[in-house]
Write a protein that binds this ligand. Structure first.
Ligand code: HEM
Length: 169
């Protein structure tokens, strides 16, 4: 009987050794790789998110007075009018924003100043509630220069509205 018991104990010990014998470094690495691959396969994926839409551009009608606040102060967008078109020149804030070389065009009708290559105050419409500048008195060369600016702005900036005199639509 002693022999049988002794044998049972010895066999059990042998099985334990065999089991631990499986824990070789290679096996451990393989188990780790298998577990990691399984994790990658079943890892929950974050829900797909759509890119944010750019803010909608509403085409508006401005008068010289309602255009004025868009001169880059108060963290407002910067708009500039050229021959009835209002351009959003916010991306050119360095040019038109406060302290920029062309800041006096911001929030104003810049047509005459651009045509004449002049930043003078008297290039800008004085009476914000009066008629728009008809560009009377400009020569062919100046009108050509103005057209060049318009083409540049059309390819670079978004038109966000039109400029009309007060009381017009
Ligand atoms: C001393 C003479 C001048 C120099 C050296 C000069 C220089 C420049 C330079 C380097 C730029 C940047 C161009 C770019 O990166 O696209 C620029 C832009 C501009 N210039 Fe002048 N400029 C001068 C006179 C004028 C005059 C007289 C006007 C018209 C009144 C004018 C109107 C503009 C405007 C409107 C822009 C910005 C265009 C945009 O928004 O892309 N500049 N200028």
């Amino acid at each position: 009987m002693d022999y049988v018991q002794e044998r049972v104990v010895r066999e059990a010990a042998k099985e334990t050794v065999e089991l631990y014998g499986l824990a070789t470094p290679l096996n451990l690495i393989l188990i780790a790789i298998t577990l990691y691959t399984t994790y990658l396969l079943y890892k929950p994926t974050p829900p797909a998110t759509l890119p944010r839409e750019p803010p909608a551009v509403v085409f508006r009608t401005f008068t010289p007075r309602t255009l004025l606040p868009y001169n880059g102060t108060n963290n407002m967008p910067v708009y500039m009018a050229v021959r009835g078109r209002v351009f959003d020149v916010t991306s050119g804030r360095n040019f038109y924003g406060p302290g920029g070389p062309y800041e006096n065009f911001a929030g104003r009708d810049a047509s005459r100043g651009l045509a004449c290559h002049s930043f003078d105050e008297d290039m800008l419409t004085k009476d914000l509630d009066g008629p728009l500048d008809t560009l009377e008195g400009l020569g062919a060369e100046e009108m050509e220069s103005l057209q060049g600016w318009e083409e540049r702005f059309l390819s670079k900036y978004l038109v966000v509205g039109k400029l009309v005199a007060k009381g017009e639509k």
